[in-house]
Design a binder for this molecule. Structure first.
Ligand code: PLP
Length: 402
C-alpha cells in the first residue's frame, strides 16, 4: 500500500486575527517557571488565584444538586429555579420590561449566542476601545466587521459619545457597553447611560450591557443598569457567577432580554434556537444561582473592602511613579495605567516578565488610542504581593529608561 506523506493541518484562516492578549505571554511565563523563578501574576482576573474563596453556601447547593441526581442534561434555556432567581434579580436592578432570560456556560457563551443570533454578513457592531478581547474574537469568528468606539481617558474612560455617534452606519445593529469596565475599571454615569440609550433608541440598536462586575463597586457610585433607565430599548443584560460570586470555574452566566415584547420577539426566538442547538449550560452548577442571588451576600463586603484597599495602593503607586498615570478604577479589579515610554507596551511587558518576573498585559492587546501605551494590572493579589510587584516595575523602568 502506498504511504502518503502526512501534511500539516492548517487552522482556519478566519482565526488569523483572533487574539487573547491576556494569555499571550503564557509560554514565556512557563519557561521562566521551569527555570525555578516565581512569577507575580497580575494578568488574569481570577479571584480564586488569590485570597478569595467561593462562598460555601454556593458549593453546598451544587454538591446537593449532584447528590440529588441533577447530573443529566438541563432544559436548554436553564432550570426554572435559576431562571426565577435571575428574573427576580433583574427586578431588583430596576428592569421593568423583561421579555426573556436564559442561562449559559459563562457570560462568554451568552456573548457568543447573542452575537451569533443577531448579526448577518455586512452588519457591524459597536464595541469599546479598549475592549475585553472576547467580543472581537467572536466577531472575527462570525466574519463581522469590527466597529470600535473610543473610551475617553481624559473623561475617566467614559464612552466618547461623539465618536459613538460618528461610527453608527445603516448596518450598525448594536452597541456593547461594559459597565463596570474591563480593562479600565470605569463605571458609567447615569447621564452617559441616558445618552447611549437615546442613541440606541434613535438608531434601532440592541444594547449589550455586560454587567458581570456590577456588585464590585469601589466608590460611592451606585451601579445603574442601562436596561433600568431605558425599558423601551432592546437590551440584553449579562451577569454571572464568575466575578461577583467568585466561581469562575463553574462557567455560569446569563442573559436578560428587556425592551418592547413585539420588537424583540423574533430575535429572542433566534437566541432560543441557538440555545437548543447547544443542549444546555452546566446543570448542577445552575443550582448555585438561586443560592447566590437570594442567599447571604456577606462575602461582598469583604471582597469590596479588600479590592478598595488594593485599588488605593495601586493608585498611590501610579501617582508617585515617574512615567505612570492612571484614572482611578471605580469598579471591578483592573487598573489601566498609561505609561510614558519610548517603546511599544508589548515589548515593555515581555521584558518586564523576563527581567523582573512580573506579569501584566500590554494595553495594545485591548486596543488603545494610537500613540499611547498602557498596561492592564489585575489588583487582586494581597497588599504585600502588590507592593513587591510595583517596586519591581518601578525598578525596571528606572533601569531601562535612565
Ligand atoms: N465579560 C467581561 C467584561 C469579562 O471581564 C469577562 C471575564 O473576565 C467575561 C465577560 C467572561 O465571563 P465568564 O467567566 O462568565 O465567561
Amino acid at each position: 500500500m502506498a504511504v502518503t506523506q502526512s501534511r500539516e493541518i492548517a487552522a482556519a484562516q478566519r482565526l488569523d486575527n483572533v487574539r487573547y492578549a491576556i494569555r499571550d505571554l503564557a509560554s514565556v511565563a512557563d519557561e521562566i517557571n521551569r527555570k525555578g523563578h516565581k512569577i507575580l501574576p497580575l494578568n488574569i482576573g481570577d479571584p480564586l488565584n488569590f485570597d478569595f474563596q467561593t462562598p460555601p453556601h454556593l458549593i453546598e447547593a451544587v454538591y446537593k444538586a449532584m447528590k440529588d441526581g441533577k447530573n443529566g442534561y438541563a432544559p436548554s434555556p436553564g432550570i426554572k429555579v435559576a431562571l426565577d432567581a435571575v428574573r427576580a434579580e433583574a427586578a431588583r436592578k430596576g428592569l421593568t420590561s423583561v421579555q426573556d432570560a436564559f442561562i449559559t456556560n459563562g457570560v462568554s457563551e451568552t456573548v457568543d449566542v447573542c452575537l451569533t443570533s443577531l448579526l448577518n454578513p455586512g452588519d457591524n457592531l459597536l464595541t469599546p476601545s479598549p475592549d475585553y478581547p472576547l467580543y472581537s474574537a467572536i466577531l472575527t469568528k462570525l466574519g463581522i466587521e469590527h466597529n470600535t468606539y473610543a473610551l475617553n481617558e481624559d473623561d475617566g474612560w467614559q464612552p466618547d459619545l461623539i465618536d459613538v455617534h460618528k461610527k453608527i452606519t445603516p448596518r450598525t445593529r448594536g452597541i456593547v457597553l461594559i459597565n463596570p469596565n474591563n480593562p479600565t475599571g470605569a463605571v458609567c454615569t447615569r447621564r452617559m447611560l441616558e445618552a447611549i440609550a437615546e442613541l440606541a433608541r434613535r438608531n434601532n440598536l440592541v444594547i449589550f450591557a455586560d454587567e458581570i462586575y456590577d456588585k464590585l463597586i469601589l466608590d460611592d457610585d451606585q451601579h445603574i443598569s442601562i436596561a433600568a433607565i431605558a425599558p423601551d430599548v432592546p437590551v440584553i443584560t449579562f451577569g454571572g457567577l464568575s466575578k461577583n460570586y467568585l466561581a469562575p470555574g463553574w462557567r455560569i452566566g446569563w442573559g436578560v432580554v428587556s425592551g418592547d415584547g413585539a420588537q424583540v420577539k423574533p430575535y429572542v426566538e433566534g437566541i432560543q434556537r441557538m440555545l437548543r442547538a447547544r443542549l444546555c449550560a452546566n446543570h448542577p452548577e445552575q443550582y448555585a444561582i438561586p443560592a447566590a442571588l437570594e442567599g447571604p451576600q456577606d462575602h461582598l463586603i469583604e471582597v469590596n473592602r479588600k479590592l478598595r484597599s488594593r485599588r488605593d495602593l495601586t493608585m498611590q503607586w501610579c501617582n508617585s511613579t515617574p512615567r505612570v498615570s492612571c484614572v482611578s478604577p471605580r469598579g471591578a479589579f483592573y487598573a489601566f495605567p498609561r505609561i510614558d515610554i519610548p517603546e511599544g507596551d508589548e515589548v515593555f511587558v515581555k521584558e518586564l516578565l523576563v527581567r523582573k518576573h512580573v506579569l501584566v498585559v500590554h494595553g495594545s492587546g485591548f486596543g488603545q488610542k494610537p500613540g499611547t501605551q498602557h498596561i492592564r494590572i489585575v489588583f487582586l493579589p494581597n497588599e504585600e504581593t502588590l507592593q513587591k510587584a510595583y517596586s519591581s516595575i518601578a525598578d525596571f523602568m528606572r533601569e531601562r529608561y535612565k
